[in-house]
Design a protein around this ligand. Structure first.
Ligand code: TYD
Length: 126
């Protein structure tokens, strides 16, 4: 039930920047799924759930958004606005994503394929 901000190494030279993400290296799990959220409308709140068995890393590869994470012992709001940072979220952590900039592309790396039954929509159940 943990969450923490990870810092990724940026390879930069006169051409620009590059970040590489590898399973079991700078990503602490086997990546089975990647999805990204973009064109998010103003005042939208996404997420509002936890997972029974899923680790994720959220990366604002462009723009910014905020993520509230709550494991019932600890509750925090992170602002993601740097492609070199990823918010790691374990299972049983409630999350809400909001305050998306209009250009925000939020990329999510997940340790499992999409399984509807893995979602916990009731905060009291985490
Ligand atoms: P949803 O769970 O509402 O996204 P969020 O957690 O950001 O609020 O997902 C939106 C739709 O996309 C919903 O119909 C389920 C579908 N979906 C998939 O088919 N595969 C996936 O990997 C994800 C994350 C969502």
């Amino acid at each position: 039930m943990i969450f923490k901000l990870l810092e990724f190494k940026t390879f930069g030279d006169e051409r620009g920047s590059l970040i590489s993400l590898e399973s079991k290296k700078n990503v602490p799990f086997e990546i089975k799924r990647i999805y990204y959220i973009f064109d998010t409308k103003k005042d939208v709140v996404r997420g509002k759930h936890a997972h029974k068995n899923l680790q994720q890393i959220l990366i604002a590869v462009k723009g910014s958004c905020k993520v509230l994470v709550d494991n019932k012992n600890d509750k925090k709001i992170f602002e993601l606005n740097n492609p070199a940072q990823g918010l790691y979220i374990e299972n049983n952590v409630w999350r809400e994503m909001f305050d998306f900039s209009s250009d925000c592309v939020l990329m999510v790396l997940a340790s499992e394929i999409y399984i509807k039954e893995d979602y916990i929509f009731d905060y009291e159940e985490i």
